[in-house]
Design a protein around this ligand. Structure first.
Ligand SMILES: [Zn+2]
Length: 190
């Protein structure tokens, strides 16, 4: 099932999500739905809060980047109860976007490398080090679980300049080829 994507300004995007158990209801379906929604909306990663669920899961599929970033070609992962335990290296700037903030791209500084522990969809535990683009996408999705969006990380000056644009986005003034839930609209619970 393809979910509509929750848009900037909706309170669910600011909530801190909770860890889940192995027997969380319909977990397999939620994971499938996250991937389906990700593919439908042409994203690289999608976190559960973006479909209105405050639980600590996100999915990444770097396939669409394969041409420009070959290391991302086979990078398809489910991260459950992820925990970034270390960040290393200098902060590096890179332009990011987000399905919850359509038509806006901004430069964001993040650490080059991270160590992350998580469970996968088979509930196997991993403790891994990632760098470069992979570390970038993981950090972006992980932030969603803590109610943090990439626009929270741009410089204070940029943020002031973005205020009007973000207000317009939260009122539905954007083009997206996927269904959305604006602030004030109810999230359907299934
Ligand atoms: Zn995002």
């Amino acid at each position: 099932m393809v979910y509509p994507i929750v848009i900037y300004g909706h309170p669910v995007l600011k909530k801190v999500s909770v860890d889940i158990d192995k027997d969380y209801p319909d977990l397999d379906k939620i994971i499938n739905d996250l991937f389906e929604t990700l593919y439908y909306s042409d994203g690289l990663g999608l976190a559960a809060p973006q479909i209105g669920k405050s639980i600590r899961i996100f999915v990444i599929d770097g396939g669409p980047l394969a041409e420009d970033e070959p290391e991302m070609a086979d990078f398809k992962h489910v991260f459950i109860n992820a925990n970034i335990t270390e960040k290393y290296g200098e902060l590096k700037p890179m332009t990011e976007g987000c399905l919850s903030i359509p038509n806006l791209r901004e430069e964001v500084n993040r650490e080059y490398s991270i160590r992350v522990s998580y469970y996968d969809e088979k509930w196997e535990h991993h403790d891994e080090i990632y760098e470069g683009y992979k570390a970038r996408v993981i950090q972006h999705e992980y932030d969603h679980l803590d109610g943090v969006l990439f626009t929270d990380k741009v410089s204070p000056l940029r943020r002031r300049l973005l205020k009007g644009k973000l207000a317009a986005i939260s009122k539905g003034k954007f083009e997206a080829n996927y269904d959305t839930i604006l602030p004030g609209q109810k999230i359907k619970s299934d």
